[in-house]
Design a protein around this ligand. Structure first.
Ligand SMILES: Cc1cc2nc3c(=O)[nH]c(=O)nc-3n(C[C@H](O)[C@H](O)[C@H](O)COP(=O)(O)OP(=O)(O)OC[C@H]3O[C@@H](n4cnc5c(N)ncnc54)[C@H](O)[C@@H]3O)c2cc1C
Ligand SMILES: *[C@@H]1O[C@H](CO)[C@@H](O)[C@H](O)[C@H]1NC(C)=O
Ligand SMILES: *[C@@H]1O[C@H](CO)[C@@H](O)[C@H](O)[C@H]1NC(C)=O
Ligand SMILES: *[C@@H]1O[C@H](CO)[C@@H](O)[C@H](O)[C@H]1NC(C)=O
Ligand SMILES: *[C@@H]1O[C@H](CO)[C@@H](O)[C@H](O)[C@H]1NC(C)=O
Ligand SMILES: *[C@@H]1O[C@H](CO)[C@@H](O)[C@H](O)[C@H]1NC(C)=O
Length: 552
């Protein structure tokens, strides 16, 4: 439909497109992809140019095609390795636009992808040749201090907000919230996958603070879901129906994005803000003489974390390989949510008594004052993998593996490795594992340990690097319990149990009920291997605009 010339960025892709397009045409796959039954660009089932124009005219928002100068900006992924090329991007500006987009996708049976910020590490928010719904313009925010559901108030946020915007708004009324550490992450995928925060040990996961979800379903209906009821609103007639069944709210709390519907707004509990203390400590892994000084430092902190550290303490443990060296550094970036010198503050003392000289303490007036120092890691070519470390997991064998992984020569591949462990536990563990769909390992664990390999694709390949890191991902998993859905590796043979433990079967039955035709699908998402198997790329040309002729 929408005609386009190719930009420089897409020139290479066009070359590829023409080749695959020709072969697909000769193999006679005209109507839909045989594997997933979606309609892909190049097939006769695609909307016509006029269908596209009519649809665009019906929206409050705008449409971006590959020739548009905004296209590369709205489609690039934060992990550039997984950037793909949607056929068209719908910049929704209202709930109505979202409903219309779902209905349009259903009518033509095209695959829809949903993007809030494009932070998904394995590209679940994009796809070659897909119709992409971009929610970044939906930035409504509504603060209610006088809430009957939570004494300190609530916040309703549309999915396209970034966390820094939310923090800034709430700061004006002396409130804070559980959100991402990175300023640019959005509500959408972050919350549906669970959502951990630098102050999560104090206030729980994002899903533990979730009061209500407003969501557009696969059939275009709207629902409002809470933990006491589900309200259905028919888009065409406005008819409302209330059900006491709360399965969907259970599933949305940890079951993952792009699976059950398109969430247009989330309502969360908010919390009274507080003065905070920032604590930064640093150690080399090996000193100049090659002596291992990092392990005692790590052990001292991790032992405390696994036992008596108060929930008011949270934050991150970071390790990075020094470029071209056989050593690296450990950085603890911690925060105490509360007053300097309080009893909870002093639970850090067993560690601080040993390492005070390597640490720096700073008073912060409130959460935003602490959070504003965070720098987002944007636009890297990386491969991420994760495990949920449990209290007994920091064994000698673990540290051996950890060192080997970080400081080894990576089979000679030019990969830079690093890890960031988010401190979990504390009040996250007050929620019983089966109350939400979240990975049970997140309810018993103490650290969500995410590692990555990053490399320059221009100087190196992709395949050997990916294969090398995938085997590290497998080994890391043996030291923890499962893996966090939002910090995933694309290579996970046992993804159902790794992501959800024993919760998978219930999630799948809810998926079947709420999205029976698998309108929504993504890599390693609930139901993605069932009746409509997910394929990362179509067999056809990704974005070729012409219709295949004469194919039966
Ligand atoms: C720099 C960086 C920092 C991070 N920091 C944190 C952190 O502090 N804590 C943490 O828990 N995680 C963190 N993450 C991981 C983050 O939670 C995931 O990347 C998450 O998927 C981001 O959600 P998003 O909506 O912003 O991204 P997107 O890539 O836009 O979406 C992610 C997934 O959710 C789906 N989706 C998005 N919006 C909706 C919606 N409204 N309805 C239904 N499905 C939707 C998409 O289709 C996709 O499958 C970080 C990631 C990065 C890259
Ligand atoms: C708060 O809500 C209650 C009940 O909904 C109402 O009676 C009261 O006036 C409200 N207070 C403010 C300050 O809005
Ligand atoms: C926030 O707190 C400050 C300092 O305690 C106070 O001066 C201010 O009035 C408060 N603002 C609101 C909106 O409550
Ligand atoms: C932080 O503030 C407290 C008072 O609340 C003070 O005693 C302490 O010395 C301050 N610490 C630093 C590092 O400034
Ligand atoms: C990397 O280390 C392994 C042993 O750990 C060694 O066999 C190999 O030769 C090294 N490769 C390079 C390129 O240094
Ligand atoms: C849409 O799907 C929901 C969930 O399966 C269902 O309850 C509702 O009746 C459906 N609406 C229409 C109009 O089919």
């Amino acid at each position: 439909m929408w005609k386009f010339k190719y930009t420089k960025t897409l020139a290479l892709l066009l070359l590829f497109a023409v080749v695959t397009h020709a072969s697909a045409a000769s193999s006679g796959q005209c109507r839909t992809n045989v594997q997933d039954n979606f309609c892909w660009p190049g097939q006769t089932c695609m909307p016509t140019h006029q269908d596209g124009l009519d649809f665009a005219a019906s929206l409050d928002g705008d449409i971006i095609t590959p020739t548009d100068e905004r296209y590369p900006i709205v489609t690039i992924m934060i992990n550039t390795r997984v950037t793909m090329f949607p056929y068209v991007v719908v910049m929704a500006e209202s709930v109505d636009d979202v409903i219309k987009t779902v209905k349009f996708a259903n009518k033509f049976n095209v695959r829809l992808t949903i993007r809030s910020s494009g932070h998904d590490y394995i590209g679940r928010s994009t796809g070659d040749g897909t119709f992409q719904l971009n929610l970044e313009k939906m930035k409504g925010l509504e603060v209610k201090l006088n809430s009957t559901r939570n004494a300190d108030g609530e916040l309703k946020a549309q999915s396209g907000n970034s966390w820094i915007r939310v923090y800034t708004e709430l700061n004006k009324v002396n409130r804070t919230i559980i959100g991402g550490s990175a300023h640019t992450v959005s509500m959408g995928g972050y919350t549906l996958g669970g959502g951990h925060s630098p102050i999560g040990r104090k206030f729980g996961l994002a899903i533990d603070n979730l009061l209500e979800v407003e969501m557009v379903l696969a059939n275009g209906s709207l629902v409002y879901a809470t933990d006491t009821e589900t309200v259905y609103v028919d888009h065409d007639t406005g008819a409302r129906r209330i059900s006491q069944n709360t399965d969907i709210f259970w599933a949305l709390r940890g079951g993952g994005g792009a699976t059950f519907g398109i969430v247009t707004a989330f309502t969360y509990k908010i919390h009274k803000d507080s003065r905070m203390v920032k604590l930064e400590c640093i150690s080399l892994i090996k000193d100049e003489s090659g002596k291992d000084v990092g392990r005692a430092f790590l052990k001292s902190f991790n032992d405390l974390l696994s036992t008596t550290l108060a929930p008011e303490w949270g934050g991150y443990q970071m390790l990075e390989q020094a470029k071209g060296h056989t050593t690296g550094g450990v950085v603890l970036l911690l925060n105490h949510f509360g007053e300097w010198g309080s009893p909870s503050f002093h639970t850090i003392d067993p560690f601080l008594n040993k390492y005070r000289a390597q640490c720096q303490l700073t008073n912060k007036t409130d959460f935003l004052d602490y959070e504003k120092d965070t720098k987002d890691a944007l636009y890297t070519n990386s491969y991420v993998f994760n495990t949920l470390m449990q209290p007994g997991g920091f064994t000698d064998a673990f540290y051996e593996f950890f060192y080997d992984m970080l400081l080894g020569n990576h089979s000679g591949l030019p990969i830079q490795m690093g890890c960031i462990g988010t401190l979990i536990g504390g009040h996250m563990n007050d929620v019983q594992p089966d109350v939400t769909a979240m990975n049970p390992g997140m309810r018993t664990g103490v650290m969500s340990l995410t590692c990555w390999g990053a490399w320059d694709p221009e100087k190196a390949g992709l395949k050997p690097e990916e294969d090398y890191i995938a085997q590290l991902a497998d080994r890391l998993l043996t030291y923890g319990q499962g893996t966090y859905f939002n910090e995933p590796s694309a290579h996970l043979p046992n993804w159902k149990t790794d992501y959800w433990g024993g919760h998978y079967d219930r999630l799948l039955s809810i998926k079947r009920q709420w999205d029976p035709d698998h309108v929504f699908t993504c890599l390693h998402c609930v139901g993605s291997d069932t009746t409509r198997p997910f394929a990362q790329t179509p067999q056809q040309s990704p974005i070729l605009g012409t219709v295949v002729e004469n194919c039966g």
